[in-house]
Write a new protein. Structure first.
Length: 364
């Protein structure tokens, strides 16, 4: 099999993979989740093996501890969050009324300084932008949440995911070895090197960014609650969790937090304190958490991550969101590999000779 045939085979496999994700998105959700958890827990399992534990014992212990901690955290947070959600639903009409009154006051001040035609154009522009943003956000959220919308999906996620996690984590090294034995022998070292780079990228971004999200969620929840913001815990945790999407988490949290603060407080000081919490969170994330836990050399630019998450969520739902970063990591590593070969090739190094120059050299 020559290089062109191998490239066609890999491309065909990628297309089949996308087709399966599109058709079996809801069915694949617990399996993809279990695979992701097993990938995160594999280093800990390897460490226990180095300390003398068998693979089965290490897998059983780590899987039990992980899901026990997860269940304990959910049992602790769900009552608090559900109570705040009920209160939030009761107070939403009051918040909208207060915001509308303040917006009307602001618009009256603006109208006093602008011509009637300018005011009308401004209102039309604001209405159009609001409808567009709301429709796009609702459509994207509907695609993403569609994989978790039914009771069957939730039950399968809760029951099947721990089982899939256990078996994948137990047999992880065996699966990797089997896949390695299928690689073309003449290019096995090159493929192993690229897979190692992909693993390094995923480990640097996914594991590090998960820690960043958790720490930011705790920071925002505590900070907003101390400031006295209503539902600060919910806003803080949600802001931290969706910080996996660069800039979107902070933007969502800032808009939601400031909206509640403006409706709740009549004084500028607590509103400024809410803004200061988000500012401090950005300083903490940009200068300490991200450099220490993620680093700058993972090779995934924020713009590409945002594009991958939005595209994956729109096309394949929640499963697409989970697979977006790994797929983007693979594409990024392969793109750098192709670029590196191009920069080392004669095509890049050769000097292009223009027709006039070659004619002049021939005459000389």
């Amino acid at each position: 099999m020559n290089a062109r045939q191998q490239a066609f085979a890999w491309l065909l496999g990628f297309v089949v993979f996308l087709a399966l994700v599109f058709v079996l998105g809801d069915v694949l959700l617990p399996f993809v989740t279990g695979m992701a958890i097993a990938y995160f827990l594999d280093p800990a399992c390897d460490k226990l093996e180095e300390w003398g534990c068998s693979r089965t014992v290490a897998t059983s212990l780590i899987t039990f501890v992980f899901f026990a901690i997860l269940v304990a955290v959910l049992m602790l947070l769900i009552p608090l969050i559900s109570a705040q959600l009920i209160q939030f639903a009761e107070r939403v009409p009051g918040y909208f009324t207060a915001l509308r009154e303040k917006i009307v006051l602001l618009m009256s001040l603006v109208e006093s300084r602008l011509a009637e035609e300018q005011v009308r154009q401004l209102e039309e522009l604001f209405a159009t932008a609001s409808k567009t943003a709301l429709s796009y956000t609702a459509g994207f959220a509907n695609h993403v949440i569609s994989g978790l919308g039914t009771l069957l999906s939730l039950l399968s996620l809760a029951i099947i995911t721990p089982v899939v996690t256990f078996y994948l984590l137990r047999d992880w090294d065996r699966i990797v070895g089997k896949v390695d034995s299928w690689l073309p022998r003449d290019r096995v070292e090159m493929i192993r090197e690229q897979v190692g780079l992909i693993d390094e990228t995923l480990a640097g971004f996914a594991r590090g960014q998960a820690m960043v999200c958790v720490l930011l969620g705790v920071f925002y929840a505590i900070g907003l609650s101390l400031v006295g913001l209503d539902f600060g815990m919910i806003v803080g945790f949600v802001t931290g969790l969706i910080s996996f999407v660069p800039y979107f988490g902070m933007l969502f949290g800032f808009v939601a937090g400031m909206g509640i603060a403006i409706a709740q407080f009549g004084d500028l000081v607590p509103i400024a304190m809410v803004a200061a919490v988000f500012g401090a969170g950005q300083v903490l994330e940009g200068n300490f958490l991200t450099p220490k836990l993620v680093g700058y050399r993972v090779g995934l630019h924020a713009v590409w991550i945002i594009f991958a998450l939005l595209a994956g969520g729109s096309l394949f739902g929640f499963v697409g969101v989970m697979l977006a970063v790994p797929v983007m990591a693979v594409i990024g590593v392969l793109a750098r590999f192709v670029l590196g070969h191009y920069l080392d090739s004669p095509m890049y190094r050769s000097k292009m000779v223009l027709p006039d120059e070659s004619k002049t050299e021939g005459e000389g």
